[in-house]
Ligand binder design. Structure first.
Ligand SMILES: Cc1cc2nc3c(=O)[nH]c(=O)nc-3n(C[C@H](O)[C@H](O)[C@H](O)COP(=O)(O)OP(=O)(O)OC[C@H]3O[C@@H](n4cnc5c(N)ncnc54)[C@H](O)[C@@H]3O)c2cc1C
Length: 542
């Protein structure tokens, strides 16, 4: 078997892997190899053009085709779990929303004994990675980082209607910076878009680093297991063009395969719950019962309305000339609606009195949601999603087989804890109040879902169980911590194994109150410092 040698070998060129490869290879003395199962095509138009995000998510050639096991909390439904299988990973197909979560999220991580992960300590890493065009001069924002963050320059006019509706229902504050000192309230949100194109960590971090002679990117290469010498990781076994190949790591092996596949790779390598490993005929190399456990994600439920008015984004006969103009604007200037990620305003609010932080996100979509996947919205309307930011339910990822090509079995246990319904119920009720507010009255929209017949709490709860899905933020399947079920320590080292770390969404001790891409970038920025032995930046003081 062919073997190649590097200082660091990284499994997965997703959000975290691209950051890590770029930061490590800044040191010309380090030889870095980044391995990706998917292809190199992150210049695909579905990835590049922000408004085509729906097409990127639905495109089979760019994803893994994962889905949950039947979920008892969803009436036995199985829901799709899109994950990018391409350079950039899920960051190449995500919604480009830029959020960091709530300060208390990270203070909780730190209070659980994870030294170095408090809000004040992680904020410098968020700032380091960011170049924020709209918050110049704010100490909460970076101006020199690789990832460009910006508001949509001309949001659809329905966003103003949504924000007016919020102001009219009373009790909530407007927020002009969801990643500033107080990320709470309603307002326009920012996205990782640069000059009209998606600015993923592949685009922002990896691409500029690829000319470095000390960085190797291997695509179309499926990592099949971690190579172990006793309890020391010595690299990765990968399958390329049907042949197995070994990539030796003289310093460390780094798993960045995401919340579903990093635990899968650990188990395929004999690291996990002995019972689970033996059930698949895998030799136990190191018993670590927490691998694959504690998996969770944000559940969400929608309100969909449609209308004859053509103000929303969407394709229709009367708006064909406008669509042609939009296409021309994009092709010739990278501007116009195609340069928008469609979701342009949102709110982070408390669903009940006594919540110690916003636990409910209201996401506004100024477009009709298609019943069937189609690259662009067909017809006109708008939608709201209510997102439970702190679900209590915990699921588990298991192997389907010892074959590395087999997809893992994923049980998110969505709405397994009945408490998880409460913020969603509050969100659907608030969403209806917003859409029934005078600001929206002139559109005379019709509610498609839940639908006028669904009114009392029992009917709404049944509706939520019938329609809820996730907003694609799985975390904690290789959780950081110090208890028996923790998989990595606060330096992200796999407990009990030398020279092996996990660096991706799977290490979050628990989910954060917002979208997860920027927090994953933060984790990778911090990991790069840990690996390079660089001192942590001074804790943030405003
Ligand atoms: C549809 C969707 C919409 C989202 N919207 C947003 C949003 O708007 N804002 C936001 O902040 N977050 C969003 N997220 C979440 C965010 O994108 C993820 O949290 C983040 O990308 C996770 O990064 P990661 O590095 O942990 O994993 P990933 O980015 O998924 O990277 C894992 C990589 O490992 C590769 N890989 C896996 N197994 C193997 C193997 N065996 N061999 C080789 N390679 C392998 C994968 O192909 C992939 O490239 C969204 C996610 C999705 C899927």
């Amino acid at each position: 078997m062919r073997a190649d040698e590097f200082d660091y070998v990284i499994a997965g060129a997703g959000t975290a892997g691209c950051v890590l490869a770029a930061r490590l290879s800044e040191d010309p003395a380090l030889r870095v190899c980044l391995v990706e199962a998917g292809g190199p095509r992150d210049r695909h138009p579905f990835i590049q053009v922000p408004a085509l995000v729906g097409a990127a998510i639905g495109n089979r050639s760019l994803g893994w085709g994962l889905k949950t096991e039947p979920q008892p909390g969803l009436g036995g439904r199985s829901v799709p779990l899109p994950r990018g299988r391409v350079v950039g990973g899920s960051g190449s197909i995500n919604g480009m929303a830029y959020f960091r979560g709530q300060p208390k999220d990270y203070d909780d991580w730190s209070a659980a004994g994870n030294a170095g992960w408090s809000w004040a300590e992680v904020l410098p890493y968020f700032i380091r990675s960011e170049s924020n065009a709209d918050h110049r001069g704010s100490p909460w924002h970076g101006q020199d980082g690789p990832i460009h963050v910006t508001h949509i320059s001309k949001p659809n006019a329905l966003n103003a209607v949504f924000l007016d509706a919020f102001a009219s229902v009373g009790g909530y504050r407007a927020c002009d910076d969801f990643t500033g000192p107080r990320p709470e309230g309603y307002g326009l949100r920012q996205g990782t878009i640069h000059r009209g194109r998606r600015d993923s960590s592949a685009a922002a971090f990896l691409r500029p680093a690829l000319s470095r002679p000390n960085l190797t990117l291997l695509t179309g290469a499926l990592v099949t297991r971690v190579l172990l010498d006793g309890t020391r990781a010595t690299g990765l076994e990968v399958q390329v063009d049907g042949a197995l190949r070994q990539l030796r790591a003289t310093r460390e092996t780094l798993l960045c395969a995401g919340a579903f596949q990093s635990p899968q790779l650990l188990m395929l390598s004999g690291i996990g719950d002995p019972e689970e490993l033996r059930a698949h005929g895998i030799d136990v190399r190191h018993a670590l019962r927490g691998v694959g456990r504690d998996l969770h994600d944000h559940p969400a439920a929608p309100i969909l309305r449609e209308m004859k008015d053509t103000l929303s984004y969407g394709l229709s006969l009367p708006t064909l000339p406008r669509s042609a103009w939009n296409l021309a604007q994009y092709l010739f200037g990278r501007t116009g609606p195609l340069a928008s990620n469609v979701f342009e305003s949102t709110a982070f609010i408390r669903s009940h009195e006594g919540a110690d932080r916003p636990d409910l996100q209201i996401v506004f979509q100024p477009a009709r949601r298609n019943p069937h996947p189609f690259p662009l919205p067909l017809g006109h309307g708008y939608a709201i999603s209510a997102v439970n930011l702190y679900p209590r339910s915990r699921g588990r990822l298991r192997l389907a087989s010892q074959d590395p090509r087999a997809l893992p079995r994923i049980d998110l246990n969505l709405l397994g804890d009945a408490e998880d319904l409460k913020p969603l119920l509050a969100g659907i009720k608030l969403g209806r109040r917003l859409l029934d507010a005078p600001a929206f009255a002139r559109f005379k929209a019709t509610e498609i879902a839940p639908g006028p017949a669904v009114q009392d709490d029992a009917a709404l709860e049944a509706y939520i169980r019938r329609t809820a899905a996730t907003v694609h933020h799985p975390v904690s399947s290789c959780r950081m911590g110090h208890d028996e079920l923790a998989v990595v320590d606060d330096q992200l080292r796999v407990r009990g194994i030398d020279a092996l770390r996990v660096v991706d969404a799977s290490v979050f001790p628990s989910i954060i109150g917002g979208n997860t891409n920027a927090p994953v970038v933060m984790v990778a920025e911090k990991a790069a410092d840990l690996l390079r032995g660089r001192p942590a930046p001074p804790a943030f003081t405003p």
